[in-house]
Design a protein around this ligand. Sequence first.
Ligand SMILES: Cc1cc2nc3c(=O)[nH]c(=O)nc-3n(C[C@H](O)[C@H](O)[C@H](O)COP(=O)(O)OP(=O)(O)OC[C@H]3O[C@@H](n4cnc5c(N)ncnc54)[C@H](O)[C@@H]3O)c2cc1C
Length: 476
Amino acid sequence: MFDVVIIGAGVTGGMLARALSRYRLSVCVVEKASDVACGASKANSGIIHGGYDPLPHTLKAKLNAAGVPLLYKAADELHVPYRKTGSLVCAFGAEEEKPLAALLARGKENGIPDLKLLSGDAARAIEPALSAEVTGALLVPSAGVICPYMLTIAAIGNAMDNGVALLRDFAVCGIARDKDGFTVRAASGDTVRGRFVANCAGGFADRVSEMAGDDSFTLLPRAGEYLLLDKTEGTRVSHTIFQVPSAAGKGVLVTPTADGNLLVGPTADAVKTPESTETTPAGLAKVATLAKRSVPSLDLRQVITSFAGVRASEKGGDFIIKMSDTVAGLLQVAAIDSPGLTASAAIAEYAVELLGRAGLPLEDNPAYCGERADSFAFRHMSDEEKDAYIKAHPAYGRVICRCETVSEGEIRDAIRRNPKAVDTDGVKRRTRAGMGRCQGGFCLPYVRRLLAEENGVPCASVTKKGGESYLTVGKL
Ligand SMILES: Cc1cc2nc3c(=O)[nH]c(=O)nc-3n(C[C@H](O)[C@H](O)[C@H](O)COP(=O)(O)OP(=O)(O)OC[C@H]3O[C@@H](n4cnc5c(N)ncnc54)[C@H](O)[C@@H]3O)c2cc1C
């Protein structure tokens, strides 16, 4: 019997697992996919939102404001790359300047530091690529960009290093309550027992809640489509550029990413399921047009890929983070749409507090270590240090991904350390091998061979992303 079973290995479940590993508790994360960070946490804007947008006094407002410094701290401890870019919310004409002033007032009420209204010219002075049509902007200095899946992977890896168990391919299909706790059943027939269950199932949190006997909320999936541009466009802007938000969301942004690419998007369209992650010609055309409105010089010939992520929104508009009103011991961490990534460390703290109040004993774990070794330590070495390191460890001298300069040594590390990469997408998210301009055209077969070697399995059994996603079907 675990003290806590967490359902869902996205950034919410991952940060909660890490926060719980500070205490003398047995914790298990169950995830239906073959890897962690396979839901919304792998496909979003990656913005650390300043916190001017959520309505004051909501959970979103409180946890966004509290979450920004906590997230930067967690990223430092976990060695997850981020950049404090600051953001600019741009108005095009007098009509859009009124909402800007309202956002400034809201941001101040939410306790966000150093917000400032700029004229169009002042905005262009710090961001020269901005459109000449921009007449005013709200500067949000505390905003930044982070790689969302690397944060999730690092949080879960750190939690595992501190004793948390991770069960993959565990698609929860039933939850039964008895006097001692819960039996959580997977589609495979496997079960785990837990005194408490934390529902961190992203877009499926309403269904998971229903399985436990609480049908108090319904989630509305809304997709966001993106275009990702090559690093040649990565310095086109230095801030995250927003347009004035509307009822549909924060609008289309143009932003450098933590890894040096340029990202434009997202749309905000209702879709059927949280798994509707296909992109559409109409969605991508809309993203391109709106992005060009902010930054007309964007070179959209440099697009290297497109993707979509699905938000898990609830009609009330706020996060749902509370102990279930009807099922004792069930913690809901649901409707975690934007700014859920930004707020993730604060959400985890709040969730731990709720579990503590519900009777989970929170006694310090003296062996806890919040630091995780830097996955990119080799990349951060000087040329001399690299030379010396390669002499001792020749695998770091063999470059597998030419676009992103990822070595065999780094790929083997990703397959060996918590949470181990088990497929080629998993290696890609951990090392960036396959993220570059050729999108894996060159390195994929080599990555596959390394996965096969490390796991002692035939190459043919290696998948792209678990299940039946084999990379080859046989010999011709
Ligand atoms: C388009 C878009 C843009 C966004 N931009 C930003 C941004 O810039 N900044 C920001 O702060 N936030 C942003 N967000 C919000 C942020 O991405 C989410 O708040 C965050 O990723 C939610 O994490 P999660 O762990 O709750 O959900 P997920 O990452 O979806 O994780 C849930 C996990 O539960 C698993 N699961 C589901 N059902 C089951 C089951 N039955 N059994 C076992 N496992 C199950 C899933 O496989 C998944 O891995 C954006 C979201 C989207 C979609």
